[in-house]
Ligand binder design. Structure first.
Ligand code: V47
Length: 399
């Protein structure tokens, strides 16, 4: 059946499960992907989303800071990294090189704090900080960064460092530290929660082909398990639309669901949201691939909502899905938009290699996107508590 030819009755059994709140299987997930009936898929995802959140759509006022692009890894999907060990003056990629950024950079702690402070003064409630695996920066760089931001911006939530960076810190710390020790030290310095990056696709084949020198799912889950045991909330991602199959995506979502099940039952915190990241090929070593279409984006967001029945929020990161599709996705299971962002170095959809990293959405445009979609905009903090803006320009977490 082609798109638009009416309801796919073959999904009736899945509809019955969704309406009864029953868990979907791997096979159900694949059938949802394979249907051409995009409308029924959206409707089903919306049943779950409305059961959890009604018509509310959350957004946040944040600032992303990417502290360094120098990296010991060479992930094929990444156009952000500058290979550690290559001198700056031969930065232009040569024949035979994997594609990568042309210029290395690393920010000082002072520069990071100054960017965070500027964001804080402009009303940001969160700073989201990640970067490449830099072999020379000491662990104290990261703890100082958190401590100094905490001092300068007492109310701002610091969401920082993917699981991959946390594992890197355990190795560069002198003496070496455990994941729990690293997380505890960062938390003492001001870290609030962990973002979901670095998950990619939990599958050995994809790991081998696209990011084989990076730690894989065992370590990614170890970090998130430890964080949840320590009561640190985290997010989860899935990077889709490169060399993985739909079945491998569904497998990835089920692994997250199983982890979440244990965190909810036995640990002190859990995943707050899943962020499906739409692959942007431009400038990466997989730049020959076409990347996902809009319908594949919508399907992936909807299937994520339906498979991850125990994760509260599904976030569209408009930098990757585009603002227009992110708006439409609010009827395909998405209840959360990140965010005002302001600067983002890791990917850029158009003109990716022009070096311009200013990518900003104002509060008014976020509210407009959400309102026009027939939804109720709710500004939230990182932990999904509603934020109240006061007449004097300050903000507080609503009680
Ligand atoms: O870890 C890298 C991915 C991630 C590309 O937790 C790419 O709230 C698409 O994790 N095309 C970083 N994706 C972004 C991320 C994130 C974003 C917004 C919110 C949150 C959160 C987390 O982006 C990386 C990697 O998985 N990525 N290259 C690319 N070419």
């Amino acid at each position: 059946m082609a798109v638009g030819q009416g309801a796919d009755r073959g999904l009736d059994d899945i509809r019955a499960k969704v309406e009864a709140g029953e868990r979907l299987t791997h096979e159900d997930g694949l059938r949802l992907y394979e249907t051409d009936d995009i409308h029924t898929l959206g409707e089903l995802a919306n049943v779950v989303r409305e059961r959890m959140h009604g018509r509310r759509v959350y957004f946040n006022v944040n600032r992303h800071i990417n502290y360094a692009n120098v990296c010991v890894l060479r992930c094929k999907f990444c156009s952000f990294y500058y290979p550690f060990g290559k001198s700056a003056d031969d930065g232009t990629p040569q024949a035979g090189d994997l594609v990568h950024a042309a210029t290395p950079y690393e920010l000082t702690v002072e520069e990071i704090v100054s960017r965070a402070t500027e964001a804080y003064e402009n009303g940001a409630t969160e700073v989201h900080i990640v970067g490449g695996l830099h072999p020379k920066l000491p662990f104290s760089y990261y703890t100082d960064m958190c401590r100094e931001i905490r001092k300068a911006c007492p109310k701002m939530h610091i969401k920082a460092f993917t699981a991959i960076e946390i594992i890197h810190f355990t190795r560069i710390a002198k003496p070496r530290m455990t994941v729990a020790e690293v997380l505890t030290e960062l938390r003492d310095a001001g870290l609030g929660s962990l973002p979901g990056g670095g998950a990619e696709i939990f599958d050995d084949r994809i790991h081998e082909e696209a990011f084989k020198n990076k730690v894989g799912e065992v370590e990614w889950f170890e970090v998130h398990r430890t964080a949840h045991e320590l009561g640190i909330f985290t997010n989860a991602t899935m990077l889709y639309g490169h060399i993985e199959t739909r079945s491998e995506r569904v497998g990835h979502l089920i692994k997250l669901r199983e982890h979440q099940e244990v965190s909810l039952a036995k640990r002190n915190s859990h995943f707050n949201c899943i962020i499906p990241l739409s692959f942007i090929p431009d400038g990466s070593a997989l730049g020959n691939l076409p990347g996902p279409t809009g319908l594949e984006d919508l399907k992936t967001l909807a299937v994520s909502r339906l498979m991850l029945d125990n994760v509260p929020h599904v976030k569209a990161f408009w930098i990757m899905q585009t603002p227009k599709l992110a708006q439409i996705s609010l009827d395909w299971g998405v209840d959360d938009l990140d965010g005002t962002v302001v600067y983002y170095d890791i990917t850029k959809r158009e003109g990716g290699s022009d070096g311009v990293t200013h990518q900003e959405m104002t509060i008014d445009s976020l509210r407009r996107l959400i309102g026009e979609a027939g939804c109720i905009p709710v500004e939230r903090d990182t932990l999904y508590r509603p934020v109240e803006r006061l007449a004097d320009g300050s903000w507080r977490v609503a009680s």
